[in-house]
Design a binder for this molecule. Structure first.
Ligand code: DOR
Ligand code: ZN
Length: 348
């Protein structure tokens, strides 16, 4: 038997879904992402959201200004879609390179989604414009109908919204973000090349039991919420399969401790300090380290029609302790796996 390697060198990966926030929180969380990933698709759900070319350019400047000297990191900006988005603004932003993709939040599906889409007919002109441009639409795939069980919201979204939308606009290029269910894995696997999906690190390692183990665990609450263990196993098979339709998107989503440990806590798991290491751990456990580079550094660029990165990153099989908290005072955040070991770390 061939022993698994103790170090692995990959092309530098990209994070195709991350929340970098703004201000003090941006300064605190950005180094974790920039150290590991060469590029990242930056979510636009600030308050107010990033809805115009001008705000995207301003936000990108603040991200660049927050980078350490010499950091090699490129933020790829997204536009928050509303019922009133002007297709001209999107087309202009895409042609100028201010926007890489458009993000669709169904209204009230998650954090800061109150300006999101309420009427799919009203966004058809934008979706037709994206189709013509070949510009990706990134979808938070959950229905918000309160009658639908929280754990079924992704599967019902595929049935009620995504299926009909794909039939109406088969050439629209869609990324179904942070998939959590067997249904999503099957739906994306069976789709054509215009459909892809991102998979988070946390959904590869926790199921819904973890959210309630020993009492409610607010730091494991995110949306879409983790599902059954059979779903987690389907996600692991998809991620490690080598299928180019699946790629890395951490959905690292920091919230300060008081916003998580509250009577009504925010959704979001802050994985940036250890997500790449956890993906490596998972691929190692699945005997698929030889497929990690495709998932982390090749499949995403291929879908986004960008060149893969030329730089390299090395990970080492050597346990590293994740800090119990990161940041200061009221801005501190509890990272995923806080106070626990991850079995891989970045080489110096
Ligand atoms: O858990 C989540 N947190 N899911 C999202 O869709 C948004 C994110 C956030 O911005 O905190
Ligand atoms: Zn997200």
């Amino acid at each position: 038997m061939v022993e698994p390697p103790d170090t692995i060198t990959l092309r530098r990966p990209d994070d195709w879904h991350v929340h970098l926030r703004d201000g003090e929180m941006l300064a605190m969380v950005l180094p974790f992402t920039a150290r590991r990933f060469a590029r990242a698709i930056v979510m636009p759900n600030l308050l107010p959201p990033v809805r115009t070319v001008a705000t995207a350019i301003g936000y990108r400047r603040r991200i660049m200004a927050a980078l350490a000297a010499g950091a090699d990191f490129t933020p790829l900006m997204t536009c928050y879609l509303t019922d009133g988005t002007d297709p001209q603004e999107i087309a202009r932003g895409y042609r100028d390179g201010a926007f890489t993709a458009v993000k669709l939040y169904p209204a009230r599906a998650t954090t800061n989604s109150q300006f999101g889409v309420t009427d799919y007919d009203r966004i058809m002109p934008v979706l037709e414009c994206l189709t013509d441009l070949g510009m990706p639409l990134l979808v938070h795939g959950e229905v918000t109908d309160p009658e639908v069980d929280v754990f079924d919201r992704e599967a019902v979204f595929i049935e009620r919204v995504l299926g009909p939308l794909r039939r109406r606009l088969p050439e629209l290029r869609i990324v179904l973000e942070h998939i959590t269910t067997t249904q999503a894995v099957d739906y994306v696997s069976c789709g054509d090349a215009n459909l892809a999906a991102t998979i988070t690190a946390h959904h590869l390692v926790i199921n819904r039991n973890a959210i309630f183990a020993g009492g409610i665990q607010p730091h494991l609450y995110c949306l879409p919420i983790a599902k059954r263990d059979r779903d987690r196993r389907a996600l692991r098979r998809a991620a490690t399969s080598g299928n180019p339709k699946f790629f890395l998107g951490t959905d690292s989503a920091p919230h300060a401790i008081p916003a998580k440990e509250a009577a009504v806590g925010c959704a979001g798991i802050f994985t940036a300090p250890c997500a790449l290491e956890i993906y490596t751990e998972v691929f190692d456990e699945e005997g698929a380290l030889d497929r990690l580079e495709a998932f982390a550094a090749l499949n995403g660029p291929e879908f986004y029609r960008l060149a893969p990165n030329e730089g390299r990153i090395t990970l080492q099989r050597k346990p590293a302790l994740v800090p119990k908290r990161i940041g200061q005072a009221s801005a501190a955040v509890v990272p995923f796996r806080a106070g626990e070991e991850v079995r891989w770390r970045l080489a110096e």
